[in-house]
Design a protein. Structure first.
Lengths: 233, 54
């Protein structure tokens, strides 16, 4: 198996190290929240995971614009890789949010504005993958996907702002939320340090996943090129 | 939640962290499988093109 280059190796090791430290902070440094108990610790990875999903789709949006402007296939690879990584974090956010909601809201799921918009956003990006799989011509696929990635990004700010615009039970971490929000809490300094460190860790983890995914996609492109060369010979 | 004492929600926390570590682990395994398959494809294509040259 081909080894990744030195830069990627360093990023992989740094990400693993940061994840170990973040996990240590969550379980050993952050205090227990009194009202919800241990389940509140999900918050330290749940919010960064949601943040990374937004970041991933933002990268797809930017890569889509860059592809349409210059036509460089590298941007298409970045866009599709970022969607896949973003979906991983989206699924993680939805499942862990549901696990947290059971003791906090006394239900696994509710069609709250945040949960609904987040689910719609996830489905929009699942459709992005399906769209790509449905198109044979690589140029056409890249162009359509770029446009879809740009238009689909509208769902991200709507999802982000949903808990600020509409009546919701989902708590707001930054800024003031709805009066009907349930499960919110005041962060102590230790909680804030743990949260910010986790946010940083997940951001680094995202770029690590993206770089590795791009590398895999480059390998797939190489296979396609070799196949085409062999067939034309 | 208006409770006098802190509820025992350890099970939910464990389930949550199992998801946080389990899903990326499965994703990494899928990468390794895909990478191995692609490398096998490259080897096969290279063998075929060498055979063709002969």
């Amino acid at each position: 198996m081909e080894k990744p280059n030195r830069g990627l190796q360093i990023l992989n090791i740094a990400s693993a190290g940061l994840l170990v430290v973040a996990t240590g902070l969550v379980f050993l440094y952050a205090p227990q929240e009194r009202t919800m108990g241990e389940v509140q610790r999900i918050f330290y990875f749940h919010v960064p995971s949601a943040w990374v999903s937004f970041l991933a789709f933002l990268v797809t949006f930017v890569a889509g614009i860059a592809y349409l402007r210059g036509g460089n296939r590298r941007w298409d690879i970045v866009a599709r890789s970022s969607v896949e990584v973003g979906l991983l974090f989206t699924v993680m956010t939805i499942i862990t949010g549901s696990i947290w909601a059971r003791p906090a809201w006394n239900t696994w799921w509710t069609w709250d504005p945040r949960l609904t918009t987040y689910t719609i956003m996830a489905l929009i990006y699942v459709a992005y993958i399906m769209l790509r799989q449905g198109l044979e011509d690589p140029e056409r696929r890249a162009r359509f996907a770029a446009v879809y990635g740009i238009v689909g990004f509208i769902s991200v700010p709507i999802t982000f702002m949903s808990i600020r615009w509409w009546r919701t039970i989902h708590p707001v971490v930054i800024g003031s939320g709805s009066a009907t929000a349930q499960g919110g809490f005041d962060m102590t300094s230790r909680m804030l340090v743990t949260f910010l460190f986790s946010l940083f860790t997940f951001t680094v983890l995202y770029f690590c996943f993206l770089a590795n995914r791009v590398r895999l996609e480059n390998l797939a492109e190489r296979v396609e090129q070799l196949k085409a060369k062999l067939l034309s010979a | 939640m208006l409770l006098d004492e802190t509820p025992n929600t350890v099970g939910y926390m464990i389930a949550g962290y199992a998801v946080f570590f389990g899903l990326p682990f499965l994703y990494l395994v899928s990468w390794l499988v895909r990478q191995r398959n692609l490398e096998k494809d490259i080897e096969l294509i290279q063998t075929l093109s060498e055979d063709e040259k002969k």
